[in-house]
Design a protein around this ligand. Structure first.
Ligand code: PLP
Length: 316
């Protein structure tokens, strides 16, 4: 990203375009779903059910994968996010879910989601159908395998470009992306440091413990040594008021990359991760001489769900 690097006056910035993974506008869940949908088919499932917030990118990509494989898709989506505007309720990922043929079940909160799952499982059993349950964000050891694979791909690409990058920056939420990357990089004896920027968890201690256990579970599936604690790094301070709530730093970061590189981020995940990176460069917390790779995990349909917030900021 030469123009963005120049504008920030810091290290050379590169971007890995996992927003271009191809499944209904792409994103990081596509790599996880390669394994999760494989598991669903191996179990003989004729439908999948998964969870997320109403504007979940994971849900949209699951709906797309299910459509491509001819599986029924139930999405249980919670509405208790501290952000509302008319577009958030109906546009963005929510609109695409329906276009992709998923059955959307909007519920108030986690408790209602668990209840809905129970009802869906029961009705599938009654109808003689088999549902495969995919966790929030596709983040279990099966899904994280997609990012262990991504780590190896990234190393190959960096070698081909003779890019001596030491840092990868990514948004982190349900942690499968970060855990998979960490396990893959460690298994390849890479010294690349993964900085996952927290965009969802108010309780950062809980997130650290969850990252540890997901790394261990993923490494165990692969039969490799898990990465040590000192490589598990979650960056904080850019969540703002809560998950899905826009911040001024996010608005600035989304605008900067759009106007210097023609690349669209999203307001909930990648925008906040890029906000951390912009701040780290400006405050010289990163070594200026080493290239940095930003992992673009997708999410641009989310821009349309924040139409009012973005328009208001652009009008200033
Ligand atoms: C666009 C985007 N970026 C990043 C993430 C975070 O990935 P993970 O849930 O694997 O931590 C998500 C997941 O919801 C996402 O949709």
């Amino acid at each position: 990203m030469p123009r963005l690097s120049e504008a920030l006056g810091g290290p050379p910035l590169w971007i890995k375009r996992d927003d271009c993974t191809g499944l209904a506008t792409g994103g990081n869940k596509t790599r996880k779903l390669e394994y999760l949908m494989g598991a669903a088919r191996a179990e003989g499932a004729d439908g999948v059910v998964t969870f997320g917030a109403l504007q979940s990118n994971h849900a949209r990509q699951t709906a797309a994968a299910a459509a491509a494989l001819g599986l029924q898709c139930d999405l249980v989506l919670v509405t208790d996010v501290d952000y509302r505007e008319p577009a958030w309720e109906v546009s963005g990922n929510r609109l695409l879910d329906e276009l992709l043929g998923a059955r959307v079940h909007a519920v108030a909160d986690e408790t209602a989601a668990a209840k809905k799952l129970g009802a869906l499982m029961e009705s599938a059993r009654d109808d003689g159908r088999r549902l495969y349950v995919i966790p929030v964000g596709g983040s279990n050891a099966t899904g994280a395998l997609g990012y262990a694979g991504c780590a190896l791909e990234l190393l190959e690409q960096a070698a081909a470009l003779q890019l001596d990058a030491r840092t990868v920056v990514s948004a982190t939420s349900s942690l499968g992306t970060q855990a998979g990357l960490l396990v893959g990089l460690h298994s390849a004896q890479s010294q690349i440091f993964v900085r996952g920027v927290n965009v969802s968890a108010p309780d950062e201690a809980v997130q650290g413990a969850n990252l540890r256990s997901l790394c261990d579970a993923t490494a165990s599936v692969l039969g490799v040594a898990p990465p040590p604690d000192k490589r598990l790094r979650i960056e904080t301070g850019f969540l703002g008021d809560n998950y899905g709530v826009p911040t001024e730093a996010m608005h600035e970061a989304v605008g900067l990359i759009a106007r210097h590189e023609g690349i669209l981020l999203d307001p909930v995940y990648t925008g906040k991760a890029m906000a951390w990176l912009v701040d780290a460069i400006r405050s010289r917390r990163l070594d200026d001489s080493e290239p940095i790779i930003f992992l673009h995990t997708g999410g641009s349909p989310g821009l349309f769900a924040y139409q009012a917030a973005l328009s208001e900021r652009l009008a200033r």
